[in-house]
Ligand binder design. Structure first.
Ligand code: F6P
Length: 558
């Protein structure tokens, strides 16, 4: 628990426990789950006409509807009590106060400072100085004062980064398509697969291309490989090294390495160790967003996130959107063994949102030890997946409706379209609402049989076909409605998920801000690279790895 090893809050004094599942709140939830597991969600609406009003809330440009869940008001009361027993209020304060909540790296996780309008702390002052530096650079590029090596204005910005240095900016840039700056296009290259960079560069003119090398550590293999290739491509056209300064900027907390790569010191935008990679789109890592949509829109994005920060910090727990999202995730993951959660944006411009959320949620919550290193006995984070609606309806929704898994869904939709086509947007919304309704209502055997009979089908055929057409229903979902897909509302939405993840990590007592699991693959890949790129038969590893390496070598030579 957050308070483990410290003096426990007096109000929780009757709930001394060393594991969450031993807490009185967890025990009460276990008993409660037995009572509600067969509850029909649709019946809850008939018995309580106020259910939607009670189980929905509006926060900074968003409506959060969590009424279509396998919950009663008592479930919420018990879940809130669980959060209280886990010390959620103290933990929220600890994050905002810059305490070392990333305990394995002895750092704060202060992404909230990146969107704070205040300038009182040293972190906030550094943030505002960097925002000013970004503003000045963006202004120069957009006004065409900043030119490439032959005097032409910049037309294409290529962000080279991966993970948090790619997914956030790429998702937001795509999300804000309606706000794109005319004359500037942003591209995102992440994969070490050489075709990613090559295909991107094929269409571009070196004289009008600006590379943004985004890497917190400036030591990530994929990014450095691609950055070196990009440098060669530019140099082949510009001829002189001196011209590179017009075409390369970097964002990093490792200024020395960025300089060693050849970036002009003036063109390095700082990042700090108290910003986690997957929480960094609000920092200078968001430079492509600012270049591609304008600094005013970038600041609006920050303002929306800040509004959600204020909500998370100050709202009563039972009206706290990110906390409720976290509690619902824990409820299904641990009490219903629903291991996956599907993210369904019914907004084409948010097509990268599920991929972005995968890193944010799974890299943060994919942990199996407590903060003190003891083994975790509960499920910590779900498997996040999904894609845009309506496309998913013609693909994997079949499994959501009739498969054997319970998959809680997050629908995300926008009241207004980013186009003028109101009618087609209404079709989109109707489909979104229809899916959550269908998941909840299902179609009973009696209804199916009655339908088939009404179509004039004979009894034998009805008996044969009916079981295949039954949809059990009672599948839970939340719907988040944005007033419009504006920078402000998108900032709010992203921050809601960030805080959902933190709240979940606090309750499960894990560190959401480290990612040691990704290191092993990096170490092994460098050893395997040696083997793949050198001559001779490989017998240094396990038989499968040796076999794969030798097969690749043999086939490459043949
Ligand atoms: O490999 C995982 C990771 O460390 C992510 O957490 C991070 O967002 C990504 O790599 C990129 O790291 P960097 O910004 O240091 O290149």
């Amino acid at each position: 628990m957050y308070w483990q090893g410290k003096q426990m809050p007096a109000s929780n004094s009757e709930s001394i426990f060393s594991h969450l599942e031993e807490s009185s709140a967890w025990q009460a939830l276990k008993i409660h789950q037995q009572q509600v597991q067969h509850l029909k969600i649709s019946d809850q609406f008939s018995t309580d006409p106020e259910r939607f009003n009670k189980l929905s809330l509006q926060v900074s440009g968003l409506l959060f509807d969590y009424s279509k869940h396998l919950i009663t008001p008592e479930t919420i009361r018990l879940l809130i009590s669980l959060a209280e027993q886990a010390g959620i209020t103290e933990a929220i304060n600890a994050m905002f106060e810059g305490k070392l909540i990333n305990n394995t790296e002895q750092r704060p996780a202060l992404h909230v400072a990146l969107r704070s309008p205040a300038s009182s702390t040293t972190q906030e002052q550094a943030v505002h100085a960097t925002l000013d530096k970004m503003q000045s650079f963006v202004q120069k590029v957009q006004s065409k004062e900043w030119t490439g090596f032959d005097g032409q204005a910049i037309r294409d910005v290529v962000n080279i980064g991966i993970g948090g240095s790619d997914l956030g900016p790429a998702m937001v840039y795509a999300g804000l398509s309606a706000f794109h700056t005319p004359g500037i296009r942003c591209h995102f290259v992440s994969n070490v697969d050489p075709s990613h960079l090559q295909q991107t560069l094929t269409e571009l003119n070196p004289a009008t291309t600006l590379f943004v090398i985004a890497s917190k550590t400036f030591s990530t293999l994929e990014t450095l490989q691609n950055a070196h290739r990009a440098r060669s491509w530019l140099l082949a056209a510009a001829k002189k090294e001196i011209h590179l300064a017009r075409h390369f900027v970097a964002i990093s907390s490792n200024i020395d390495k960025a300089i060693a790569f050849g970036i002009d010191k003036q063109q390095i935008f700082p990042l700090w160790d108290w910003v986690g990679g997957r929480y960094s789109l609000w920092s200078a890592i968001g430079l492509p967003i600012a270049l591609g949509t304008g600094m005013d829109n970038f600041r609006e994005l920050l303002a929306g996130a800040h509004a959600m920060d204020e909500h998370f910090r100050n709202s009563p727990l039972d009206k706290n959107m990110p906390l409720l999202m976290a509690l619902l995730a824990i409820w299904y993951l641990n009490f219903f063994k629903a291991e996956t959660q599907v993210c369904l944006p019914y907004i084409q411009n948010l097509h990268l949102f599920p991929a972005y959320l995968q890193q944010l949620d799974m890299e943060s919550l994919g942990k199996s030890v407590h903060k003190d290193g003891s083994p975790q006995r509960l499920d910590t984070g779900g498997l996040i997946w999904g894609s845009t609606g309506t496309n998913g309806q013609h693909s994997f929704h079949q499994l959501l409706h009739q498969g054997t898994h319970l998959v809680p869904a997050d629908f995300i939709a926008s009241v207004c379209s980013s186009t003028a086509d109101i009618d087609q947007h209404q079709h989109l919304l109707a489909n979104c609402f229809a899916q959550s309704q269908a998941l909840m209502q299902g179609r009973s055997l009696t209804e199916v049989k009655a339908d088939l009979a009404a179509q004039g089908m004979d009894n034998d055929e009805i008996e044969r076909l009916a079981p295949h057409k039954v949809i059990v229903g009672n599948k839970p979902s939340s719907t988040i409605m944005l007033q419009a897909l504006s920078p402000y509302n998108l900032g709010s939405l992203i921050a809601a998920y960030e805080h959902k993840i933190y709240a979940q990590s606090v309750i499960l007592d894990i560190n959401a801000f480290d990612q040691w699991g990704v290191e092993l693959g990096k170490v092994l890949s460098s050893k395997l690279y040696q083997a793949i790129s050198s001559d001779g038969f490989c017998d240094r590893f396990d038989a499968s790895s040796n076999g794969l390496i030798n097969y690749s070598k043999a086939k490459n030579q043949s």
